[in-house]
Ligand binder design. Structure first.
Ligand SMILES: Nc1nc2c(c(=O)[nH]1)N[C@H]1C(S)=C(S)[C@@H](COP(=O)(O)O)O[C@H]1N2
Ligand SMILES: [Mo]
Length: 536
């Protein structure tokens, strides 16, 4: 083992210990109610990174990692941080000095090893401190775990480097290598051991911080909701083709997209919804106010603007909530307003055209999905659901404020990051089966879903190879705000086929074949799959 490698191990050990101390400290602070509850440097750096993600990078991340994008970010952070710590440890620490006599050693300054290495390490800690301070609602005390962690890391690095120097000196001194090797090996052992301890500490800190108990308890005693006109999903909405997207998406299979590094834990007891801005009187609603109100139920398909043609960032559910328009009417709208800026506890905002919140569509302040309280990752206790608009301009989860305002005065989270201020959902259709696998000649069922929320789907057509467009069979359409299943039975001959689908919305407009990427206002183009038909 070389001195450089020993230094690299020392650097990684110092880095992991720094994070372990910081993450455990942050978790303890959160549990003890100290600071803002957002002291974790890992979460802060990831959050700061996400907030600075330009449209093309978000596009790429979702295209590559899908809803695992946050896991991918953490893996990436671990790799970068390990590399930085290893480099500092290897280059900033003691190098094998040029051959010289024992006497020369005495000429080195007392603190012989380069202090700039420690300085660099401290700088990395400072990046963490800056990230923590940059988070919404940050408190100064939030930096304490990161600062203490960095000090522990510096001390660790200093000690391990000290051992390496002793090893070097021993090698030079007696040229026997024996004691030098032994001491270098001890650095490797110490460094490796401390890295394992540190990694366990990081896991412990992150686990400890998942204080989901309050929210779990609140969800458990949610009870049943009084709804005047419950949704009955007609059997005809489902065609039941194997592999076809189910009409209603089970809650735990619903796609999840948001900028929150950790799922916000919001206690419904302390939750408030404030209605502010261009209103005659500001309002504040409690969770109980919502439960006591006349709740309505509505089927609405949510779609993410980041969904690629054929992608699965869409889901359908029965949502229970209070129509936004009723709350806005209570507050009294002032002239000139054209937008509702909704804000989440985590700082996310969405700018929704006021009209979509006041016309007769089911724009809801939702408390339940498919008859159950919202899942924490889908916005518990309260989120917005607005038919016809992509989620990034309407579906604010963990919503705490509705500000009535103007598009020329305010903008939602994604607008300055390269996404369109307005986000009406584009007409889309998707082939669910067959997909990827080859099929046997004979009767083959092609099936999927199509959506054009708040306009509805009037027709779906399928083209096989260079054949004509054929009209697919449509399932019932309980509402124009949800997707619609379709299927087509095909007498397939052996061969290779490109199968495409296109939909016509309720206004008679045919889905465009013009290819567009998600940024800035949603993907377009016909979904096409290659199907191999095997002879029988
Ligand atoms: N607080 C918050 N709400 C949010 C977002 C977010 O990043 N933060 N993302 C929006 C986007 S882009 C979409 S597509 C929908 C997704 O909702 P889901 O995760 O419940 O499917 O939530 C919206 N609401
Ligand atoms: Mo989205």
């Amino acid at each position: 083992m070389s001195t450089r490698m020993g230094g690299a191990v020392a650097g990684i050990a110092a880095g992991t210990l720094t994070l372990a101390v910081a993450e455990i400290g942050a978790a303890l602070m959160m549990r003890g109610g100290m600071g803002s509850g957002n002291a974790s440097p890992l979460v802060a750096v990831a959050g700061a990174f996400i907030d600075r993600t330009p449209a093309w990078l978000k596009d790429f991340a979702i295209a590559t990692f899908g809803t695992q994008d946050k896991l991918a970010l953490f893996v990436g952070m671990a790799i970068v941080l390990s590399a930085v710590c290893a480099a500092i440890g290897a280059l900033g620490g003691p190098a094998k000095p040029p051959q010289k006599g024992v006497g020369d050693q005495q000429n080195l300054p007392k603190n012989g090893w380069p202090t700039w290495g420690l300085g660099l390490f401290a700088l990395v800690g400072l990046v963490g401190v800056a990230a923590v301070l940059s988070r919404p609602d940050a408190a100064v005390i939030d930096v304490a775990p990161t600062v203490i962690g960095t000090l522990v890391g510096l001390w660790t690095l200093d000690r391990l480097w000290g051992r390496l120097r002793v090893a070097e000196a021993a090698v030079d001194h007696d040229q026997t290598m024996g004691s030098g090797q032994a001491s270098r090996r001890s650095v490797l052992l110490w460094g490796g051991g401390l890295t394992v301890v540190g990694a366990l500490g990081i896991v412990a800190g992150r686990t400890l911080s998942r204080a989901g108990e309050v929210v779990e308890a609140a969800r458990a005693k949610f009870g049943t909701l009084r709804v005047s006109d419950p949704v009955q999903v007609p059997a005809g909405a489902s065609q039941g083709v194997a592999g076809q997207t189910p009409y209603v998406t089970p809650n735990d299979e619903f796609y999840r997209i948001d900028t929150a590094v950790t799922v916000p834990q919001v206690d419904p007891q302390t939750w408030r919804l404030r209605v502010t801005g261009m209103v005659d009187r500001e309002l504040e609603l409690t969770f109980q106010d919502l439960l006591d109100a006349d709740l309505v139920e509505a089927l609405v398909t949510l779609t993410c603007v980041s969904n690629y043609v054929g992608g699965n960032l869409a889901g359908n559910g029965v949502w229970t909530g209070l129509p936004v328009r009723e709350v806005l009417a209570r507050a009294g709208l002032q002239d000139g307003a054209d937008m509702v800026l909704s804000t989440s506890v985590d700082g996310f905002t969405a700018g929704t055209p006021l009209e979509a919140m006041t016309d007769d569509r089911n724009a809801l302040i939702a408390v339940a999905q498919n008859g159950e309280p919202l899942l924490p990752e889908h916005g518990f206790p309260v989120r917005l659901v607005v038919p016809g608009l992509y989620g990034y301009v309407s579906a604010t989860k963990w919503v705490t404020e509705l500000k009535v305002t103007r598009f020329d005065q305010d903008e939602g989270y994604w607008t300055p990051r390269g996404w369109s201020a307005l986000g009406p959902i584009k007409t889309a259709s998707r082939i669910d089966v067959p997909r990827g696998e080859s099929v046997n000649a004979g009767e083959v069922v092609i099936a999927g879903v199509a959506w054009a929320q708040h306009r509805g789907i009037d027709k779906v057509e399928v083209r096989i190879g260079d054949g004509d467009w054929q009209e697919a069979q449509l399932a019932a359409e309980p509402t124009i705000d949800s997707w619609r299943q379709w299927m087509l039975t095909w007498q397939a001959e052996p061969g290779e086929y490109a199968v495409s689908v296109r939909a016509t919305d309720g206004t008679g407009e045919v889905q465009t074949d013009e290819l567009a990427n998600p940024a800035p206002d949603g993907a377009s183009g016909w979904h096409t799959v290659d199907v191999t038909v095997e002879g029988s």
